[in-house]
Design a protein around this ligand. Structure first.
Ligand SMILES: NC(=O)c1ccc[n+]([C@@H]2O[C@H](COP(=O)([O-])OP(=O)(O)OC[C@H]3O[C@@H](n4cnc5c(N)ncnc54)[C@H](O)[C@@H]3O)[C@@H](O)[C@H]2O)c1
Length: 276
């Protein structure tokens, strides 16, 4: 999609972090915004920011793991702006727990939000974008969607699923020579509040099963990496520019693809998961 001005972008998890960065980048290119977020206060703050900047923006509290709420979001977009051109399935949560010890309730929550959210998003919004004859559908995965590191059990599974969802969608769109493109954002560490939000939103908020001292150390290492990570507004610019250039892979830390290459080399040469 080359021309952004006057077009409509929908962003889930758009009231904070990467999603808010995307909204700012789209607004700077003259787009109208439809913002969805579970966090009502953050949503009101984001809408006030765009109102003050005279950006046409609407929003609603929306849990992306609930199909009827994603359908209501589409209704909000079409009733206000009569079209959707860009849709970013970005809302996500994660907690650092091993695949073995993760509670089933946590598996369900993370897969529901991080994978079913984008599945509902593609199901509901892709037909609306296709009706415009051009546009773009994106989802936020992670480097955890390309390499399954330890202690991120459900998150890895969901984020690998998101890569597969968007790759299938892009291949199918290209096969039918559509002018609509699909893409996936795979960020490395970005300086957002995802850790705090994930603790706040975790259903039941019971104590996660203990993974031992190494899990605690890993969690603090992840937190330190996030705090030193890229700024979310920079990621928003990357996404907007990548949409204009019709890129499929949106990578904030492309050098980290070396880890993917190492895994592919080990698969081909030794059929081991990774090189010793
Ligand atoms: N921060 C990172 O380093 C990083 C790295 C890789 C991938 N990601 C992914 O980026 C995306 C955005 O995360 P972020 O880092 O900006 O975190 P964030 O917590 O700042 O933003 C995520 C937003 O999603 C919202 N949200 C959470 N659950 C929701 C639900 N069920 N329905 C609707 N909204 C919901 C939150 O309220 C929040 O506003 C996520 O998919 C995350 O997995 C983040």
């Amino acid at each position: 999609m080359q021309e952004f001005k006057g077009k409509v972008a929908v962003v889930t998890g758009g009231a904070s972090g990467i999603g808010l960065g995307m909204c700012r980048a789209f607004a700077a290119r003259g787009m109208k915004l439809v913002i969805a977020d579970l966090d009502k206060e953050a949503l009101a703050k984001a809408l006030a920011e765009f109102d003050a900047a005279k950006v046409e923006a609407v929003g609603m509290p929306c849990d992306v793991s609930q199909l009827e709420q994603v359908e209501a979001l589409a209704e909000l977009a079409t009733s206000n702006f009569n079209a959707v051109h860009v849709m970013c399935n970005n809302a996500g949560v994660g907690i650092p727990t091993s695949a073995r010890n993760m509670k089933l309730a946590d598996w369900k929550w993370i897969i529901d939000v991080d994978l079913w959210g984008p599945i509902y998003g593609v199901n509901v919004f892709l037909p609306l974008i296709e009706a415009q004859g051009e546009g773009h559908i994106n989802a936020t995965s992670s480097m955890a969607g390309l390499i399954a590191a330890q202690m991120m059990g459900a998150y890895n599974v969901a984020k690998h699923g998101v890569v597969a969802l968007m790759a299938s969608t892009e291949r199918e769109l290209r096969a039918k020579k559509s002018n609509v493109r699909a893409s996936v954002l795979c960020p490395g560490p970005i300086n957002t509040n995802i850790s705090r939000h994930s603790v706040e939103f975790r259903p039941g908020k019971s104590k996660p099963k203990a993974d031992g001292a190494s899990a605690g150390k890993l969690a603090s290492n992840i937190q330190a990496a996030l705090e030193q990570g890229m700024q979310p507004n920079e990621v928003g610019e990357l996404v907007a520019n990548s949409i204009a250039e019709e890129k499929f892979w949106m990578l904030t830390h492309p050098r980290w693809v070396k880890g993917v290459q190492n895994q592919v080399d080990a698969m081909r040469d030794d059929q081991l998961l990774t090189r010793a």
